[in-house]
Ligand binder design. Structure first.
Ligand code: COA
Ligand code: MG
Length: 306
């Protein structure tokens, strides 16, 4: 049976911050930040001449206890260069040695790009718990997004999240980077649909103008309405707006609890559809409500621990 979107695990990934692995001050700041996940970057934010320094800095961070001191539940991801680049092979070994939660592969264009990294990881006896994330950020990546997402359904698969690389997509296609993203959105929606078809998470691209809080908040709300699980970020000031837009509002939680309570009543337990406050509520709404309640609990636990 196909794993549907609603049966994928609930993991809050509201705010996913990129951090160039060479930036010592940013690494120092990280334990005090409230992002759900952090991506230590070895790729585009690190200049070609600094790739080895970036790997060293990352190894140090994971080895000397700083990674263990991060807030409980903060997911760690390492973005490597592509295996076809001069740095990808060594990046993969360094990332594997750090034991992050996931490795992020940039510029994924075909299912084989995922399989190549899975094969390389198998040769290093990587634990089955190590996940792969994939950036969809080229025209071919968007066109093949369904086939790429489908690799998540094969035995021993590691793929569990897509990231839309909007800056690269804009560069590769020539589409205008307009407010509201009118021409980019159809491709973003295609990526969301591909992820959902095979039960993986999907995150929106970055907002470059990091001093503009109002437009960032709007883009976060747009991303949430488009079905993304969260937003990738470049600056600490972007974390709070992303957490707000992709979190659970109190009215949403109250509604979810009301739906769960209504279906739990003895007279409703065998019913597929009920009426609640004048609206039709089906069991599929109960599925959604249960995910909302679980996500709210995970967020609350994380925020208490942060
Ligand atoms: N993660 C953690 N801390 C960060 C950070 C990040 N991504 N970006 C900035 N900070 C820290 C800075 O180190 C600085 O700390 P300090 O006060 O101890 O010196 C503080 O936040 C304020 O930074 P600020 O001066 O406002 O920004 P900046 O001019 O130093 O840096 C960028 C701006 C865009 C260059 C920087 O935010 C950055 O490198 N972002 C990530 C870029 C990236 O990874 N791109 C690849 C994916 S698109
Ligand atoms: Mg990119």
């Amino acid at each position: 049976m196909t794993q549907t979107s609603s049966s994928r695990p609930v993991r809050p990934r509201r705010s996913v911050l990129y951090l160039p692995a060479t930036n010592a001050r940013a690494l120092d700041k990280l334990p005090g930040l409230g992002c759900d996940s952090v991506i230590f970057d070895l790729e585009d934010s690190v200049a070609p001449g600094n790739k080895e320094e970036a790997r060293e800095s990352l190894r140090g961070f994971f080895k000397d206890g700083r990674a263990k001191a991060l807030p409980a539940g903060m997911e760690t991801i390492v973005r490597i260069n592509t295996l076809s680049s001069p740095w990808g092979g060594e990046d993969l070994l360094a990332a594997r040695g750090c034991k992050p939660d996931a490795i992020l592969i940039p510029k994924v264009e075909t299912p084989e790009d995922i399989v190549a990294v899975e094969d390389a990881l198998a040769q290093t006896d990587a634990p089955a718990t190590l996940r792969l994330w994939a950036m969809i950020e080229t025209p071919r990546g968007v066109m093949n997004a369904g086939q790429i997402a489908r690799t998540a359904r094969t035995d021993g698969a590691r793929l569990d999240c897509f990231i839309t690389g909007t800056n690269d997509l804009i560069k590769e296609t020539g589409v205008a980077p307009l407010p509201g993203r009118p021409w980019l959105s159809p491709w973003l929606m295609q990526i969301v649909l591909a992820a959902r078809a095979y039960g993986i998470d999907v995150l929106d691209g970055v907002f470059n103008d990091f001093r503009n809080q109002e437009s960032l908040a709007q883009e976060c709300r747009d991303g949430q309405a488009m079905g993304f699980d969260g937003k990738t970020l470049i600056h600490p000031s972007q974390i709070a707006p992303a957490n707000a837009a992709f979190g659970i509002a109190s009215e949403q939680l109250a509604e979810a609890k009301a739906i769960a309570a209504a279906f739990a009543l003895p007279e409703n337990q065998a019913r597929g559809v009920i009426s609640l406050d004048g609206r039709m509520v089906e069991r599929l709404h109960l599925d959604i409500a249960e995910r909302v309640i679980e996500k709210a609990a995970l967020i609350a636990a994380r925020e208490q621990g942060a």
